[in-house]
Design a protein around this ligand. Structure first.
Ligand code: NAP
Length: 285
């Protein structure tokens, strides 16, 4: 089994982004800019914010951090959010969710569709469902799609006709990914906690995507010989170690390719975010 590190995929994308951002700089044009909206001090949010900032800096993309206290009044928060939303110098907005209280829905309903770089609005999700290309899909789902294309490219193959099973049906990962891969002509099965025989559904797949958030859920019995495995899960095991949804030790050499956790899909996600901010900047020309 060959391990596919996210950095290898991210490096290719970064090169492309840097090239395009440098072209804007050479022409003395405004550089792309991301606003990161955070409420409170959740360690997971802070850690994602840090890696997003590091990635933007690497790509030459500007950023601004818009941080609110955990107990911020909803009205105060929404008026702060409105300023970012209408600021012509900001191309994309990343909202670290879930937000406290009922602010999530309010923000998803108010975010400008052309700045919604992580697809939290129904507008972009609807466009994704309709198969329209000029929308923003969620970054993690796109990261999986890009990684799969990178792996298949190594084999001289494409997603067309491949049987893909996705474990997890969230609106952030599983569902949008099923739409993207269907658009790539794959045949997609979407599994969840009520799936009757998870092992059977998984073992029938050429490509298995685990996005359940359940440590080491996927074992050897879930994997078809020669399959490609991508692991989106981020979990702590009983020893406090970061692990994915796939037990790669148990799977052994049954799979052909697999993405590890850490250093797998997560490393691609922030680069996709940079790609989306650049796309938004081009829309704001
Ligand atoms: P979520 O909203 O909790 O959804 C989990 C999905 O998995 C649900 O659809 C659930 O089914 C299904 N599921 C859970 N346990 C299962 C089981 N034992 N068998 C079958 N299906 C099961 O989680 P999420 O936001 O999609 O995130 C999933 C994982 O990805 C988490 O570990 C998260 O930390 C990680 N993540 C990583 C990135 C990244 O960039 N690497 C980004 C986002 C999320 P039901 O619908 O039936 O409940």
């Amino acid at each position: 089994m060959e391990l596919i590190y996210g950095k290898d995929v991210a490096d290719i994308l970064t090169k492309e982004i840097v090239y395009k951002v440098s072209a804007l700089a050479r022409e003395n044009k405004r550089l792309p800019k991301l606003a990161i909206v955070r409420v409170g001090e959740k360690p997971g949010d802070i850690s994602y914010e840090k890696s997003a900032i590091k990635c933007m800096e690497k790509c030459g993309i500007e950023h601004v951090e818009c941080t609110f206290s955990e107990d911020v009044d909803k009205g105060v928060f929404l008026s702060g959010f409105k300023k970012i939303n209408v600021d012509k110098n900001i191309d994309g907005i990343l909202v670290l969710r879930p937000l406290p209280k009922d602010m999530d829905e309010a923000v998803a309903g108010k975010i400008a569709p052309d700045k919604d770089v992580d697809c939290i609005s129904h507008y972009n999700m609807g466009k994704l469902l309709a198969g329209e290309k000029d929308c923003f899909a969620p970054c993690t789902a796109l990261a999986v799609e890009k990684t799969l294309k990178y792996i298949l490219d190594k084999k001289g193959e494409s997603l067309r006709g491949k049987k893909v099973t996705i474990v997890g049906r969230s609106t952030v990962v599983g569902k949008p990914l099923s739409l993207l891969l269907t658009g790539d002509d794959a045949t997609v099965t979407l599994c969840h906690t009520k799936t009757v025989n998870l092992a059977r559904e998984c073992a029938a797949a050429d490509i298995l995507v685990a996005a359940a958030g359940s440590a080491k859920l996927i074992k050897e019995e879930h994997v078809k010989e020669g399959a490609i495995l991508t692991d989106v899960g981020v979990n702590m095991d009983e020893n406090g170690k970061l692990v994915g949804d796939i037990d790669l030790f148990d799977v052994g050499d049954k799979a052909l390719f697999a993405t590890p956790v850490p250093k797998g899909i997560g490393a691609v996600t922030t680069t996709i975010l940079a790609m989306q901010v650049l796309k938004a900047r081009m829309m704001h020309e």
